[in-house]
Design a protein around this ligand. Structure first.
Ligand SMILES: C[S@@+](CC[C@H](N)C(=O)[O-])C[C@H]1O[C@@H](n2cnc3c(N)ncnc32)[C@H](O)[C@@H]1O
Length: 240
């Protein structure tokens, strides 16, 4: 299968699970992802110096969850954000997002071909999405192009871990055996939730992702792992 077909297959899978995505997400993460998302938003605003912002672009926005936290934390920090934009290639996910998030503009598009002007956004975020981008390095160059100088890319992702401790083995077991069954039950699509642990296994380690960001020209400013290394936050800055 070539890269284009693989990408299409991934997007079709998200179209298929769009209507049950939020429910499955909350059940499977037991709500812990909310904490990860909140930490990411606050840290990003701190790094930018709590200044007013022209645009935040959430790529692979899915059903729009992260945009809700971008706005909540902008309000908490009295930051004025002019435009919130969500980008995703899955029409099904965007339909759910549009009903849920009424303050953002949503655009159909891929991370590798962002429908965003050069140097037009201070923040590009991508939560649990970069793993699904087949031409990842191309996408990182796109993020660099669309960011204003000094702008930041904020990545939340399940990076590949070297799991060796007993607790790690339990987490691994849950991800590979329980998660696909529960996700499959909620979405009626077992394959989509089997894809999750498989795609993590085939993904980069945190260090490899940091190196890729640096190779594109970003400076790393923050890396933090959450909840026994299940989720990782990476924030990198385009030079000023
Ligand atoms: C696991 S969901 C994450 C959604 C959302 N960001 C969240 O945190 O819940 C992954 C999303 O990536 C999107 N996606 C898949 N391939 C993509 C690509 N090449 N560029 C941008 N988004 C992509 C899917 O359509 C899906 O909405």
């Amino acid at each position: 299968m070539d890269k284009k077909q693989k990408q299409e297959e991934i997007v079709n899978m998200f179209n298929d699970i769009a209507s049950t995505y939020d429910l499955a997400n909350r059940v499977l993460s037991m709500g812990i992802d909310i904490k990860w998302r909140k930490r990411a938003c606050q840290k990003a605003y701190d790094i930018l110096g709590l200044k007013d912002i022209e645009q935040i672009t959430d790529v692979a926005c899915g059903t729009g969850d992260l945009l809700l936290f971008w706005r909540e934390f902008a309000n908490k920090n009295s930051i004025n954000v002019k435009n919130y934009v969500g980008v995703d290639p899955s029409v099904g996910m965007l339909e759910v997002a549009k009903k849920k998030v009424d303050f953002a503009d949503f655009l159909e598009g891929k991370a590798q071909e962002l429908p965003i002007k050069d140097e037009s956004t201070e923040i590009i975020s991508i939560s649990y999405g970069i793993r699904n981008v087949v031409d990842r390095v191309e996408a990182l160059y796109e993020f660099y192009r669309a960011l204003k100088p000094g702008g930041i890319v904020v990545i939340l992702e399940f990076t590949k871990q070297n799991r060796t401790s007993f607790i790690d083995k339990i987490v691994d077991f849950g991800m590979k055996n329980i998660l696909p069954r529960v996700g499959g039950l909620i979405s009626k699509n077992y394959a989509a939730y089997k894809y999750l642990p498989d795609s993590i296994e085939g993904f980069l380690t945190t260090k490899m992702l940091e190196d890729e960001l640096k190779s594109v020209g970003f400076n790393m400013c923050h890396t933090q792992s959450f909840t026994m290394g299940i989720s990782t936050l990476l924030i990198a800055q385009k030079p000023k």
